[in-house]
Design a protein around this ligand. Structure first.
Ligand SMILES: *[C@@H]1O[C@H](CO)[C@@H](O)[C@H](O)[C@H]1NC(C)=O
Ligand SMILES: *[C@@H]1O[C@H](CO)[C@@H](O)[C@H](O)[C@H]1NC(C)=O
Ligand SMILES: *[C@@H]1O[C@H](CO)[C@@H](O)[C@H](O)[C@H]1NC(C)=O
Ligand SMILES: *[C@@H]1O[C@H](CO)[C@@H](O)[C@H](O)[C@H]1NC(C)=O
Ligand SMILES: *[C@@H]1O[C@H](CO)[C@@H](O)[C@H](O)[C@H]1NC(C)=O
Ligand SMILES: *[C@@H]1O[C@H](CO)[C@@H](O)[C@H](O)[C@H]1NC(C)=O
Length: 627
């Protein structure tokens, strides 16, 4: 029990997301004023290997930044079990030595995150980020998009506001067109003798000009809200940074003439300028080089399979989706779930996707639809089914989703492909689902409780990696409690007792359902009694609990798995975790981040004494759900 608390306490302290404060930053030289800091919520598995990799990449980054005129560096160690990808960037007004000092400060501050597999830290002078998967092309993550207005220092001049707004707007337009994605500029504030507007904009150097542009557009939209009341402001995101002040934070000879870069059509602009200067055959050769360089750049930045990558989703037309699904024909129908029918669709570019026609539960749904969709489309994780786009025309609300050829987990547990998954695969599926849920609960500024975790909602890709479907969709359903209960009748066996009874919703509702899914994966049986062919007709949880009490829990294991003795030990441990997930009251259940730790077998938690799962009698009745 004590280890439990120390774990919770550590997580609470270390994972304090967004430490934000603003103190007189302009003067301090390495500019180590912390703007935002966040740690990912997923623990590393092998801490020793991870830290050693992290130290190696830090050394490499530091060496790169120690070169004159190097303000941006990436490095990675991806060859072993704990891959580390690191990126660091300094503002270009910093001297080389200040840049290195800023980086050193960042690297030591971020050590407080080092039990987690990702961290981001933005300072005035520099930016440092590490992750366990590549993120070079990433510019935005919802929770990382911040604006910091220093309201204590109002300029009190509307002319300052207008001038600053113009300068920031110009910077956000020009910077993506500038090689190196950085610009600093000043403008005198007309009508005052002494005031000057100072501002900079910068993008990380591995993104495309278009991504830099959209990141800065969002930053500009945020930061301009500061200019009314604050003479200092900053907009922070993962891929870009803007800052303004009425006080100099870079030297006057470090500014940049941005006027030539303000015109639209950035890249062609650059080519024309170079050609104009050089001319003739040399010009043609340089033009070719420039074109190849651009081509290489955009090639390099095609998205990888990052854990938390964010891409744009698309607004599709109804006509196109109708055509792609053969007029929503029966032969294209993949299934029907609580939220609507799902069809296989082949788009014009021959890409195969799934299209879900939403049945919306209430008339107000349409108004909230696009906002919700924008939110859901921001959520990218390898264990969450990706939303590729949507369509909202008239009363038609459709989602365009990743297509999963292997279908749902159900098929492999008791459906047509029963018995094809060995323990290794089942364990990986369990861990993947836990990671996906932990991400939904923790990684975003809006906590999303799935509410309907069940085996038919877990889809498998070609490599049997699980992806959770239908997350975020519960938000379209009516909030009214009685209707909630009606809605969950079909999947009652998965639903936590406090939710069935009182509609009490928390992330622990998902923890409960996840525990039931683990039991299904291990036993190869559906949680509700109707399909049991074994000796027991109890609900699966009741059945598992009886076996556990009688020390016969090994009988729960699906015989088709043929586990060896080592695996059997592991399976027993995972069953205990499943039982812990299904305890009541909800406060006794672990959060999904804690579940990921337990499942990952972190050696430092190995000796943790799991409290023996107990279900108080009056609650046990409710656990049986449908009875
Ligand atoms: C990594 O670096 C930190 C700080 O410099 C040091 O305390 C730690 O021992 C190093 N760890 C490894 C495994 O190299
Ligand atoms: C950087 O520039 C300074 C002065 O311009 C010079 O003394 C130093 O050797 C340079 N360092 C490197 C690593 O090039
Ligand atoms: C600063 O001003 C902005 C814009 O007026 C406002 O949204 C924000 O809440 C203010 N912040 C503080 C700390 O007062
Ligand atoms: C922004 O750019 C426009 C077009 O070049 C220029 O007229 C304007 O003065 C600039 N604004 C500021 C504040 O620099
Ligand atoms: C600017 O300075 C002049 C004299 O140097 C003074 O008369 C005038 O009032 C000042 N204007 C402002 C806006 O401070
Ligand atoms: C910029 O100004 C500083 C002093 O203000 C000077 O030391 C430095 O050499 C100047 N840099 C350039 C490139 O002119």
């Amino acid at each position: 029990m004590t280890r439990w608390w120390s774990l919770r306490w550590r997580m609470a302290v270390v994972a304090t997301v967004f430490i934000v404060f603003l103190t007189n930053p302009v003067r301090s030289q390495p500019q180590t004023n912390v703007l935002t800091q966040s740690c990912s919520q997923v623990n590393v598995i092998n801490f020793q290997i991870f830290i050693s990799n992290l130290n190696d990449t830090y050394r490499d980054i530091r060496r790169q930044l120690s070169n004159n005129n190097t303000y941006f560096a990436t490095s990675n160690v991806a060859s072993n079990s704990e891959p580390v990808y690191v990126m660091a960037q300094c503002r270009k007004y910093m001297s080389t030595s200040d840049c290195v000092r800023c980086f050193d400060f960042a690297a030591s501050s971020i050590r407080s995150c080092s039990t987690f597999n990702g961290a981001r830290l933005v300072l005035d002078g520099c930016f440092l980020r590490y992750e366990s998967s590549p993120f070079n092309d990433q510019t935005t993550l919802p929770g990382e998009n911040k604006v910091l207005c220093d309201n204590s220092t109002s300029s009190g001049q509307s002319v300052f506001e207008t001038t600053m707004d113009g300068l920031l707007s110009n910077l956000s337009i020009a910077t993506p067109n500038i090689n190196g994605f950085y610009a600093a500029a000043t403008t005198p504030v007309v009508g005052t003798n002494t005031t000057t507007a100072y501002a900079i904009a910068q993008c990380v150097e591995t993104v495309t000009p278009d991504s830099c542009k959209s990141c800065l557009q969002a930053a500009y939209a945020n930061i301009r809200s500061c200019t009314t009341d604050a003479s200092n402001g900053r907009a922070v995101n993962l891929g870009c940074f803007m800052r303004y002040s009425n006080t100099a934070f870079f030297r006057n000879n470090q500014t940049f003439d941005i006027a030539p870069f303000l015109r639209v059509g950035s890249s062609s602009n650059k080519v024309v300028i170079i050609k104009g200067v050089v001319g003739g055959v040399g010009g043609v050769i340089i033009l070719l080089i420039v074109i190849l360089w651009w081509y290489g750049r955009s090639k390099r930045t095609t998205p990888g399979g990052g854990a938390t990558e964010v891409k744009d989703s698309k607004d599709y037309s109804y006509i196109d989706l109708k055509k792609a699904t053969n007029d929503f024909g029966d032969e294209n129908k993949l299934g029907e779930g609580g939220f609507g029918e799902v069809y296989k669709a082949i788009l014009d570019d021959n890409k195969v996707v799934a299209v879900k026609k939403l049945k919306v539960g209430h008339t107000g749904a349409k108004t909230g639809f696009e906002n919700e969709i924008l939110l859901i489309s921001q959520i990218r994780h390898r264990n969450l089914l990706g939303l590729l786009g949507w369509c909202s025309e008239g009363s038609n609300l459709l989602l365009v989703l990743e297509y999963m050829p292997n279908g749902s987990l159900e098929r492999f547990l008791w459906g047509e492909r029963k018995g094809t998954l060995n323990w290794r695969k089942r364990y990986d599926i369990i861990l993947g689902i836990a990671r996906g849920l932990a991400h939904l609960h923790k990684e975003f500024h809006v906590k999303i409780v799935h509410r309907d975790i069940k085996s038919s909602n877990i889809l498998l890709d070609d490599d049997f990696h699980p992806k959770i479907a239908d997350f975020g969709l519960a938000r379209f359903q009516p909030e009214d409690q009685s209707q909630v209960i009606t809605k969950f009748v079909g999947t009652l066996g998965y639903t936590a007792p406090e939710y069935v009874r009182y509609g009490a919703l928390s992330d622990k509702v998902d923890t409960f359902s996840f525990g039931i899914v683990i039991l299904e994966i291990i036993s190869g049986r559906r949680c509700t009694n109707e399909n049991f062919d074994g000796p027991s007709t109890d609900h699966l949880l009741e059945h598992a609990w009886k076996l556990y009490e009688n020390q016969k829990i090994v009988m729960l294991v699906d015989e088709t798995m043929n586990v060896n003795p080592d695996e059997e030990k592991h399976v027993m441990k995972i069953i205990e975790i499943a039982l812990l997930c299904t305890q009541s009251p909800a406060s006794k259940r672990p959060t999904m981040s804690e579940v990921v730790l337990m499942l990952s077998n972190d050696p430092s938690y190995e000796e943790r004494q799991l409290t023996r799962p107990t279900l108080p009698d009056q609650n046990r009745r409710i656990h049986i759900g449908s009875s």
